[in-house]
Design a protein around this ligand. Structure first.
Ligand code: CDP
Length: 229
């Protein structure tokens, strides 16, 4: 049994962060938290309720009406996100949400709201959380920090394959544009921009299989945990 630590996985869009995070959590019997799902669910709420992103008062009011929860789906073994009691795990992956999420995630009140909730989820440790600012802002003292990168063309292909299954009308170009736009906004926003934490280990998985990247991450975890095992 591994001691409970915090593992953070940050990186650009469609690098395979969630695949690695889920497998790592399963292997270690940890909880996996998809922080991006939280920003996507908030964005869905903003879109549905026509929240004006330039109006701070309106944003703060809206956030007061938002409750986010992760609930385990016993069939798939994955936890799914609920927005005010509604399972929105699948609808938030839609391109309509993806097109607006980075603008919403750049708002300081939205970030404060999400980061506070994420830090609460990490109180008992034993979690793997993926996102953009997890190793830098949410858990700066995390025991293991991974920063994932992969070639752009590979990232676009991966996301296209994932989204094409659900929406055969989607084009490679739409995905490419969306990924490039989100990476740009995420890296250049004022509040907690996406960047590698100084003490994060870079993992380039362009040419790695899922097993190889999992082995790489497990090695890092063992290195940290072995002295206390
Ligand atoms: O799956 P993918 O990597 O494309 O995105 P995601 O993890 O679902 O995150 C969606 C968006 O949420 C990102 O493009 C960021 O704008 C935002 N996000 C963030 O700002 N901070 C995080 N910790 C996680 C996501």
């Amino acid at each position: 049994m591994f001691p409970k630590i915090i593992i953070t996985i940050d990186g650009f869009s469609s690098c395979g962060k969630s695949t690695l995070a889920k497998q790592l959590a399963q292997k270690l019997h940890y909880t996996y938290i998809d922080s991006g799902a939280m920003y996507r669910a908030i964005t869905l709420y903003f879109l549905r309720n026509n929240i004006d992103r330039s109006n701070e008062k309106e944003i703060r009011h809206a956030l007061q009406d938002i409750s986010l929860e992760f609930i385990l789906n016993k069939h798939s073994g994955n936890s799914e996100i609920y927005l005010n009691g509604e399972n929105v795990e699948y609808i938030i992956r839609d391109l309509v949400v993806a097109e607006k999420v980075s603008e919403v995630a750049a708002l300081k009140d939205v970030r404060a709201f999400a980061v506070a909730a994420q830090q609460k989820m990490g109180i008992d440790k034993g979690i793997v959380m993926d996102g953009r600012d997890i190793g830098t802002v949410v858990f700066p003292d995390a025991e293991v920090k991974i920063f994932m990168v992969a070639d752009e063309a590979v990232r676009v292909e991966r996301r296209f394959a994932e989204m094409f299954d659900k929406n055969p009308n989607i084009s490679l170009d739409e995905i490419k544009t969306n990924i490039a736009m989100r990476d740009y906004i995420d890296s250049n926003r004022k509040v907690s921009p996406l960047r590698k934490a100084d003490d994060a280990i870079e993992l380039d998985n362009t040419h790695l299989t899922e097993k190889q990247q999992l082995d790489f991450a497990l090695k890092l975890v063992r290195k940290v945990c072995e002295p206390v095992l």
